[in-house]
Design a protein around this ligand. Structure first.
Ligand code: ADP
Ligand code: UDP
Length: 235
């Protein structure tokens, strides 16, 4: 399958149409942004790592019965995916306190939560992705009750699969963000799962192996992405 027209260029990926109206090609970039796009940079090799890591974990999800947009990896950076109508919700699951959660609740980072949490942000750059709940989503017509129930169920299952999988690689899954879409009437997992969208800490040293190294100028950003990729044992 080949790229036709550039449909959308986001902060981390380009999305192209193909000859098949049901299929898109996503092309992962090395560009990195943080804080609503105010901080910009490049993480060399990130595009290939995020593409290959996303496809790897999406295949694990499929094997566990979670439908995803994955169709075919074309090369290091490019993948054919099912074209969905993105549900404008960022779905965030947390196992440990970190980031905005820790800040909001006056907690240290890295405290294990008594149970995993789920929260929604309304995916809207102009509004800076505000925190909302399922009643807001219903009231605003962002998704139906049935869709929210599917999303919630899939998100917690994705968490269980990933938590166990990463634990086996010596990585603690602190939190992550996922997005879902509508494909022929059904909810499927879309977008990506990568060190850009997850907080991943080394289980022994608690070293951060994710985009926080870029956000917080911690150094060794490329090394952290490479280390996660190495532990996945793909290739
Ligand atoms: P952003 O839009 O936040 O800058 P990206 O650079 O990752 O993010 O751009 C990719 C865009 O493509 C995102 O808006 C994402 O919601 C969307 N997207 C991801 N998967 C699909 C898909 N299967 N079909 C349609 N759109 C998708
Ligand atoms: N996240 C993301 N995209 C966003 C916001 C958050 O991928 O636009 C991820 C982030 O990498 C982390 C999790 O979602 O793994 C929770 O992020 P948080 O709400 O703590 O926000 P942050 O501290 O990153 O602003």
């Amino acid at each position: 399958m080949e790229k036709k027209e550039l449909l959308y260029e986001g902060k981390a990926k380009k999305v192209y149409t193909t000859e098949d109206p049901d299929m898109l090609i996503v092309s992962y970039k090395d560009d990195a942004t943080a804080f609503d796009g105010q901080k910009k940079g490049t993480i060399v090799g990130k595009g290939a790592i995020n593409n290959r890591m996303t496809n790897h974990v999406f295949k694990l999800f499929e094997a566990e019965g979670i439908p995803t947009h994955f169709v075919e990896e074309l090369n290091d950076r490019e993948t054919v995916v099912k074209k969905v109508e993105i549900v404008p919700l960022e779905v965030i699951i947390r196992n440990f306190s970190a980031g905005s959660f820790a800040k909001k609740l006056g907690m240290e980072e890295g405290i294990k939560l008594l149970q995993p949490t789920l929260e929604f942000s309304y995916k809207n750059d102009d509004l800076h992705d505000p925190f909302i709940n399922d009643y807001y989503a219903l009231a605003l017509g962002l998704a139906t009750r049935e869709e929210i129930d599917d999303i919630t169920r899939y998100a917690f299952r994705v968490n269980e699969i990933m938590r166990k999988y990463f634990a086996g690689l010596g990585i603690e899954l602190i939190d992550f963000k996922i997005e879902f879409g509508r494909y022929h009437g059904a909810i499927i997992l879309a977008d990506e799962v990568s060190p850009d969208t997850c907080r991943l800490w080394d289980m022994e040293t608690r070293e951060k192996l994710d985009k926080d190294r870029f956000r917080r100028d911690l150094g060794n950003v490329e090394d952290a992405y490479q280390e996660v990729f190495r532990r996945l044992g793909i290739q």
